[in-house]
Structure formats: structure tokens, C-alpha cells
Design a protein around this ligand. Structure first.
Ligand code: UDP
Ligand code: MN
Length: 278
């Protein structure tokens, strides 16, 4: 746990973990934490956060049941940091399918790997801060390292790639050290940051059903795949539901409305009762 500063002790040997490095992702994490709590899980909910996150934003996360663990970004080299600066990363590997919000810093993504340092847990499930848990996922704690869902949001070809917004892991300092050594090698450039790296580090990744990480663009690109009663985790990849307005807000209105119901304090709908895509 070197470099991790927990605000409180672990209460379980299993944890859902997310990452927050700024106020916008703290907004995302609030809705996520509320959605996880509503599934009735007894696993810990850990928010890995950098010192930059404001005390008031952190207090709101604690109020929702989070165990806060402060940490720094990875100790990567200047060359690595320059290669993965927002400007370089967007120029070298442009996003053509959707837009990344202005508050998204590619380098921050790599701090996800810190979860391998959470060695007071036997098993963890990572969730991006822009996800919502719509059904209990505790079963995943019994799954091996490393499981993730395919990065499906456009076509069948997407099944070749994994998405790092949801995955299972077994924390171990030895794994963390091996990752750091493999990550920051001379000339390293990971076009989709932690996602490209994890797919390389775990080439035989186990596939989770797409429903464990249903990407929002499936709603309009592959509506025949949408099944509210099967979706366990909904993931707002690219534009975020709290960005107002964003280029796809109209197309995604029902999903944004669902996110808002979790972000607010009121009732949330039963997903299986929701209408599907037209
Ligand atoms: N993240 C963060 N700050 C950043 C970028 C990313 O805290 O500046 C965390 C946050 O948990 C976020 C995840 O890393 O959900 C991955 O980024 P994002 O979800 O924006 O990527 P996408 O799913 O759109 O590929
Ligand atoms: Mn995401």
C-alpha cells in the first residue's frame, strides 16, 4: 500500500473501486456510489482520489458510503507524461467516434493501476466513475483476474477489443510493480491509455458479457443488443451525462434522464420497466 493514504480501514475483503481526480469525476462517482448502494451489496466502495480533489467533493462521497484512499498519479517518467499529455494523445490517436470531455486528462487514467496496491482486499471490481450499477454484481468477486467486457458500441468487430471501464482484479504489489515496469518503457505510447495497456498486459483476458459494461452508444448504434433487464452496468463512455449540453445529448436523452435519477436523491426507475431504443 506504499503511496496510498486511506482515510479509514477496510470493512470487507472485497471492494468496488473507482477513480476520481477532479470535480467532474466526483460528480460521476456520486451517482455511481448511490447506484451501488441500492444493489444492497456488503462489499466496500473505495474511491481512489488524488490530492487535487476538493474536501467538499470528498465529503459528499464519504456520505454515500465511500472509503476514501488518497493517492498520487503514477511515478512515470517525463517522456511518458509528455507522450500522454492531452494534446499529444489527441494528436497521435485522434478520437473519431465521439468526443472526450474537456475535463478528461489521459494521464490520470493510468492511476487506475493503483488498485493493485489495495492489498487489504482479496478481490476487487473496478468501475469507471462514469458508470451506473443497475443490478447487483457481487458474483464478479468470485471471478478470476483478469475479466473485462468487450469494447462493443458499433459493430461485431468491436468484440476483439476490451473496455477497461469494468474489470475484475486481485490486488498484489508484485503485479503492480510488474505493471509499472512494463508501462513506462522507452518510447512507450498507449493510444487508449490504461485500456490499451491492460489488454496488452493480460492478452488472455477473460470476457465478461457485454451487459456487465453496456456502452451508451449501443443505444443508437446497435439497438438490437439493448436489453434493460440484462444490463448490470451502464457506461457513459465519451460524452458524460452531466455535461450540458453535449453533441449526443438528444440521442441519449433517456439514458441521461436515468443517470440524473441516480445523481439526484429521489426514486430511481426499475430498469426492466424502461422502454427500449426505438
Ligand atoms: N478519470 C479521472 N480523471 C480524468 C480522467 C479519467 O478521474 O481526468 C477516471 C474516471 O474514473 C473515469 C476513468 O478514469 O471514469 C476513465 O475515463 P473516462 O471514463 O472519461 O473514459 P471513457 O470511458 O470515456 O473512455
Ligand atoms: Mn468511462
Amino acid at each position: 500500500m506504499q503511496g496510498l493514504r486511506p482515510a479509514s480501514p477496510a470493512q470487507s475483503d472485497r471492494a468496488y473501486v473507482t477513480l476520481v481526480t477532479n470535480a467532474d469525476y466526483a460528480t460521476g462517482a456520486r451517482a455511481l456510489l448511490r447506484s451501488i448502494a441500492l444493489t444492497g451489496t456488503e462489499a466496500d466502495r473505495v474511491v481512489l482520489h488524488t490530492p487535487a480533489v476538493a474536501a467538499a467533493d470528498l465529503a459528499a462521497l464519504t456520505d454515500l458510503g465511500a472509503r476514501l484512499v488518497e493517492t498520487d498519479l503514477l511515478p512515470t517518467s517525463d517522456a511518458f507524461n509528455a507522450a500522454h499529455s492531452r494534446r499529444n494523445q489527441h494528436a497521435a490517436a485522434p478520437f473519431t467516434k465521439g468526443e472526450k470531455p474537456p475535463f478528461h486528462t489521459p494521464l490520470d487514467n493510468f492511476a487506475k493501476l493503483r488498485l493493485w496496491q489495495l492489498t487489504d482486499y482479496a478481490s476487487v471490481v473496478f468501475l469507471d466513475a462514469d458508470t451506473l450499477m443497475l443490478a447487483n454484481c457481487d458474483k464478479l468477486f468470485g471471478y478470476p483476474e483478469f475479466c473485462a467486457a468487450p469494447n462493443v458500441y458499433e459493430s461485431l468487430a468491436d468484440f476483439h477489443r476490451m473496455n477497461s471501464g469494468v474489470f475484475t482484479a486481485r490486488p498484489a504489489e508484485t503485479t503492480f510493480a510488474a505493471m509499472l515496469a512494463a508501462l513506462d518503457v522507452p518510447g512507450a505510447f498507449w493510444p487508449r491509455t490504461d485500456q490499451t495497456f491492460l489488454q496488452r498486459f493480460f492478452p488472455d483476458w477473460h470476457g465478461l458479457p457485454v451487459f456487465c459494461n453496456m456502452l451508451q452508444y449501443v443505444w443508437f448504434n446497435m439497438p438490437e443488443l439493448w436489453d434493460w433487464s440484462a444490463i448490470k452496468v451502464l457506461h457513459f463512455q465519451y460524452e458524460k451525462p452531466w455535461q450540458a449540453p453535449h453533441p449526443k445529448a438528444e440521442q441519449l436523452a433517456p439514458l441521461i434522464e436515468l443517470w440524473q435519477s441516480y445523481a439526484g436523491g429521489g426514486d430511481v426507475p426499475v430498469p426492466a420497466d424502461l422502454p427500449g431504443p426505438q
